[in-house]
Design a binder for this molecule. Structure first.
Ligand code: NAP
Length: 283
């Protein structure tokens, strides 16, 4: 008897120019998947484009026409999409009051509304197939809040609530939603972009002692924990996409597990006492 030819599955990933997106594209390709590696500037994706079964195409989550074009190109090339990984994102760093309003809007346009627009573009295809997995890349900052990243936290808390709600709406249609929560990974371009964005904010002298002390807290958090790699996060994204379970959340790195446990397993008072001790700068 001839066994049926296994069908090669297809993943579409946003933000593949660097970091988790690039590592996830490489991992799925190495596992034999068709990969639609999308990015704002496809000219930086020549190494990915040279891999077998990888289509590099433009997708800027702030440009709806580019989202429609990328989804159409994926289906034209590979016939279907099985998994969507909403990975594109960035983090604003700095005190809220110093952050210009247009930057607040951009944080939500990329991390929240862009993620929703890509999801909306893929859903008719998933519904027609009665199958599909959506993996949304959140953060520890989507579970617990830290000072100096209020807008990033707000965007990832929004992503978490949206994803959880969507998971109930789509379960009956054979579509599952997954949330992957990485902690700090320094080998991506995330810190570099956050640093560039931070310089845009106004200097407000009243905050200066707080900002200096908060920066010392963050420096301590960075140096006291071994950083995970993009490849480790990519493995968790791959597991979330392929484990066939209805599990919703996946904590992707060890560093944030104590904080996630404090949030999820303690009372509100215990949690706040734990966090204030660790993240409130001593002035
Ligand atoms: P990264 O190396 O900076 O990658 C971010 C990716 O998002 C880049 O490909 C970037 O493209 C893309 N992107 C930004 N704005 C976009 C837009 N408007 N349209 C399409 N793509 C856009 O950082 P990363 O660490 O891999 O971050 C990936 C995801 O993980 C993000 O959602 C981030 O919030 C999350 N995360 C990161 C960490 C961490 O410590 N690294 C921790 C927790 C969660 P360009 O090259 O064109 O800018």
């Amino acid at each position: 008897m001839i066994s049926p030819t296994p069908i090669t599955r297809t993943v579409l990933i946003t933000g593949c120019s660097s970091g988790f997106g690039e590592a996830t594209a490489r991992l799925f390709a190495a596992c034999g998947w068709n990969v639609v590696a999308t990015m704002r500037s496809p000219e930086v994706g020549t190494e990915l484009a040279a891999l077998d079964r990888v289509l590099v195409t433009r997708l800027d989550v702030q440009d709806p026409a580019s989202i429609e074009a990328a989804v159409a190109a994926a289906i034209a090339r590979f016939g279907r999409i099985d998994v969507l990984v909403n990975n594109a994102g960035f983090g604003l760093f700095g005190v809220f009051e110093s952050t210009p309003r247009d930057k607040v809007l951009e944080q939500f346009e990329v991390n929240v509304f862009g993620m929703m627009d890509v999801t909306r573009a893929v859903l008719p295809h998933f519904r027609a197939n009665r199958s599909g997995v959506i993996v949304n890349v959140s953060s520890g900052a989507g579970v617990f809040a830290l000072p100096m990243i209020s807008l990033y936290c707000a965007s990832k808390f929004a992503l978490e609530g949206f994803s959880e709600s969507l998971s109930y709406e789509l379960a009956g249609l054979g579509i599952s939603v997954k949330i992957v929560e990485p902690g700090g990974v320094t080998s991506t371009n995330f810190g570099q972009r956050s640093g560039q964005e931070a310089s845009i904010g106004r200097t407000l002298p009243d905050y200066e002692p707080f900002v200096t002390a908060a920066n010392a807290v963050f420096a301590g958090l960075r140096t006291s924990r071994a950083s995970a790699t993009s490849e480790e996060v990519a493995k968790v994204i791959h597991t979330a996409a392929t484990d066939g379970t209805d599990r919703l959340r996946y904590v992707a790195t060890e560093d944030i597990k104590p904080l996630v446990a404090a949030r999820r397993e303690s009372s509100e008072d215990e949690y706040l006492a734990f966090m204030r001790e660790r993240v409130t700068p001593k002035l």
